[in-house]
Structure formats: C-alpha cells, structure tokens
Design a protein around this ligand. Structure first.
Ligand code: AMP
Ligand code: ZN
Length: 478
C-alpha cells in the first residue's frame, strides 16, 4: 500500500482512495509568466511519481493541475512583503501583467510559456495531467465560490470594493503550516503595512477590485470589475474538476503558507467539511549550494540541459536518486554523472532478451516488486535506484539486466525503452537548441514554425522525424 508523508498529519500515513479504486490528485501547477526551471520541474515530478505507483497498484488515477495565467500577485500574504518569496517587482502587481509589460498581450505570453512548460514536462517524462484547467477560463467557477463564501458569512466586501476572506471565521487555520493567525502580525513575521481595506491583518483577497488603469485580465462580476486572488483559483478548480473529496494535494514546500493554508480555509468553508485527505509537499531543489531561483541567479532550464548535449531524462534520474523530501543539490557534474548512468542503462535495455525464460521473468518480476515497494514507502526512489545499480553490478547476463530495467520502466519513466531525441545521439548544441525550439512550436501547434525549424535542422546536417515518443534525430549522411 502507498504511504506518503502528509504535511498536515506530520507523519507518513497510508493512502487510501476515498472512492475505492480511484485516486484523485490535485497538483498546484505553474505560473506561466516565465520558463519553469529545473526546481519547478522537480516539484511537478511529484504527482507523476504518485500516478505511476498508483497505476502500478491498479488504481485509476485522475490528476488535475491548474495553469495560473492570472491573479498570482507579487504579495499574496495580504500582510505586505513579497509573500511569494521571490524576485523583484512592485507589491500588489500581477505577475502576468508585469511580464507582459505595458501594452503587451498577457494571455499571449501565458500561452507561450504554457506550451514551453508542456514541452519541458514531455522531455522529463512527466505524463500530461488528466486535466489542466486555466485560471483565466475558470472565472465563473471562482465567482460562484466567492458568492457562496459571502452568503455563508466567511467573506466580506472591503473598503476598496475587493472581497476578502475573513480568516477568523475558519477555526482550523494553520493546520498545514503551523502558522497561527495571532502570530501573523505585520511587523512581526512580515514587514510592511496592512491593507486598510480589510478588517483583520491576516484576511486575504478572494477578488480584487480593479483600478481603472488595468485593461487586461479583468472581468465583470456581481461584486464589480476585477480579477481573482491567487488562492481562489485552486479552490474553484479543485471543486469543479474533482468534487468535494480529493485524496492527495501536491505542491512545493513553500506553498504550505500562505497558498495551501488559505486554499484549505476557502475550500472547507464553502463545502462545510475537510476536502483534501492528504497534503504532500516536495522540497526545494538547490543548484551548486543555493535554492534554485531567479534571485539567486542559478536558474537552469531544460533547454540549457539539452544545449549541453545531456539527456533531459538524466535530470529525471538525478532527481530519482534523491528523496522528494530532501533538498537535492544538483550541479552540472551530477547531471553529467546521471547522464552516463542513463546511457549505460539504455545500452543494457537495448540488449534485453525479448523472449524471457520463466526463470528470467520471475527474477524481473521480483525486482519490479521490490522497486514498487520502495515507491510505496513514501516514494523512496533513491532506494529503487540503488537496487537497480546492484542489479547492474551483478553477474547476471546483459540480456537479463536489460529485461529487468525495461520491466521497471513504467515506474521509472526514464525512457529506457527507446532512443530519445538529442539524448543518445551527440548532437551539437545549436541543433539541440533548434530541437528544443521545435518541441515548443509543436506543443503550441505552430506547424509552419515547426516545419521551418525542421528545414533549419536539416541545413545543419541532421534529419528530424516525429514519432509517437517525440522528435528523433539522426545525421543526414551516414
Ligand atoms: P510557480 O510556477 O512559480 O508558481 O512555481 C511552481 C512550483 O515550483 C511551486 O510549487 C513552487 O513551490 C516550486 N518551486 C519554486 N522554486 C523551487 C525550487 N528551487 N525547487 C523546487 N520547487 C520549487
Ligand atoms: Zn494552487
């Protein structure tokens, strides 16, 4: 049985599906105003791992992952300060609009980064979620939730016309993060002044009244012209797509507060009971000793990995070598080491004996079962990889080792069963970069751009073909 660390329970607990045989997962998704870096992608690997082990255990799995294309403010605490904990910008500004700049088309930018995100996930072997609702297309669901909260007395209209959640109306506040309302004082934990429009310093905006100067990403609603607060989108999309009982909710560790705390307060206040059974958080990725972030200046993108001729799945392998709740410290050396290991395993997989003898099949089944046990043990992927390294070092035949690796592939997602574009073949950096651009163009269904890039790649001496598994390249002359 799958066991995971539940942040609210502060313990590793058995995971049972509320609806027998069907596991429902809600994953906080990307804010699509810039490229996702490897740290973001590591967090998005978490629901993929849960899905793989749950499917292996014969559960039907539904994964819903939102796309934040509106409303993620630079200050989401409502307490002043940059609650999103990151990079420069003015308080109270929407990240999407800031990225678009004056006169820029915010949704066009959002679609570009969403397509890029999907392409990066494909490269990393993260299967597409069952549904990826966009915030900008879920406004009516959000308005409905805000109205229900107003009717139930959990929300009020503030002095500036914005709608705020009344934090003190939800007694369970703080269960995920341990942050108690009385401790969240301006000037204590956070610097900055409290918004004078609200009644209590820890209340937060469900719906923000728009200034007349804001011309994009605004909607007319019963409570005026405005735009959603960040947390309301997850409450609305979760209820809309998964209903009132969700087994697992995932996100990065920094989302415990305020995002998940506020989201839980909203969701439970609107339906009147606990909705999410288990909250599961992934630790941060460090790169060369510091948390990967724009402000630390150590952002690495998937296109950087491809441009260095390293396989994207080597990054996945490097992630799997560490536990999701530990702060992995990656470096170019560790990715290159994972790349070498991946190449050896792919070479073995290509020698797999297709017609397995019963003894071989039994050995492979035993290893798969041990790997699944490690995944079930709070996703101990590090133990799984150690076990496969032991198999590699054993004196079994290459055919048998290859068969074992292939049998584990559905859990690992390392692409051991195929030659991967730009991964096994040493393509030059400029061609790798063109391939990455083409993957993005294809994800955005920009076919003429995709064809143009194919020609450019051909001009560099490489032929690209599209297969069910993505792009494959080979030198145009033998
Ligand atoms: P964003 O697209 O900014 O909303 O962030 C997407 C996800 O990435 C969130 O769940 C964050 O918690 C997570 N995240 C941000 N920085 C890192 C990092 N260095 N390592 C792992 N996850 C991160
Ligand atoms: Zn969320």
């Amino acid at each position: 049985m799958l066991r995971l660390y539940d942040t609210r329970a502060r313990a590793v607990v058995p995971i049972t599906a509320g609806q027998p045989g069907h596991l429902k997962v809600y994953a906080c998704g990307p804010t699509v105003y810039r490229d996702a870096h490897l740290g973001n992608l590591r967090t998005f690997l978490l629901p993929d791992l849960i899905r793989r082990i749950a499917s292996h255990s014969r559960l039907q799995v539904t994964v819903v992952q939102n796309i934040t294309d509106v409303g993620h403010m630079l200050d989401d605490t409502g307490l002043g300060g940059d609650g999103a904990g990151s990079d420069a910008g003015q308080l109270g500004e929407d990240r999407m609009l800031q990225a678009a700049g004056e006169g820029g088309d915010a949704l066009r930018i959002a679609r570009h980064y969403e397509a890029q995100f999907r392409a990066d996930c494909d490269l990393l072997g993260i299967n597409a979620p069952t549904a990826s609702p966009r915030a900008s297309e879920s406004i009516s669901a959000m308005v409905d939730v805000v109205q229900r909260l107003l009717q139930a007395g959990h929300a009020y209209v503030g002095a500036d016309g914005s709608v705020f959640f009344d934090a003190r109306s939800f007694p369970g506040y703080g269960a995920i993060s341990g942050n108690r309302l009385e401790d969240l004082r301006p000037g204590h934990r956070f610097d900055g002044a409290t918004d004078p429009s609200k009644r209590f310093h820890a209340d937060w905006a469900l719906w923000k009244a728009a200034p007349a100067t804001r011309t994009q990403l605004v909607w007319d609603t019963p409570f005026g012209r405005g735009f959603p607060g960040w947390h309301i989108e997850c409450t609305a999309m979760l209820l809309d797509h998964l209903g009132e009982q969700v087994d697992i909710h995932t996100g990065g560790i920094d989302l415990r507060f305020p995002h998940h705390e506020d989201e839980r307060a909203q969701t439970e206040s609107v339906v009147g009971h606990e909705v999410v059974r288990h909250w599961v958080h992934a630790e941060h990725l460090l790169f060369e000793g510091r948390k990967m972030s724009k402000s630390a200046g150590n952002v690495v993108l998937m296109s950087d990995v491809v441009a260095r001729g390293l396989s994207p799945r080597a990054v996945r392998l490097a992630f799997l070598e560490q536990h999701y709740r530990s702060q992995v410290d990656l470096s170019w050396d560790s990715i290159a080491a994972a790349d070498r290991l991946l190449k050896r395993w792919r070479a073995l997989a290509s020698k797999a004996d297709a017609t397995m003898q019963s003894t071989t099949a039994a050995y492979a089944a035993d290893i798969v079962s041990a790997i699944a046990d490690a995944f079930c043990d709070d996703l101990d992927t590090a133990a799984a990889i150690r076990l496969l390294r032991t198999v590699e070092r054993s004196d079994a035949s290459d055919a048998l080792k290859g068969a074992v690796l292939l049998a584990c592939e559905p859990l690992l997602g390392l692409g051991l069963d195929r030659a991967e574009a730009a991964a096994d073949v040493q393509v030059p950096a400029d061609v790798a970069s063109l391939l990455a651009q083409r993957a993005v163009a294809r994800a955005a269904k920009q076919w003429s751009e995709s064809d143009r890039l194919r020609e450019e790649i051909l001009g560099s001496g490489w032929v690209v073909t599209d297969t069910a598994d993505g792009q494959q390249v080979s030198p145009s002359q033998p």
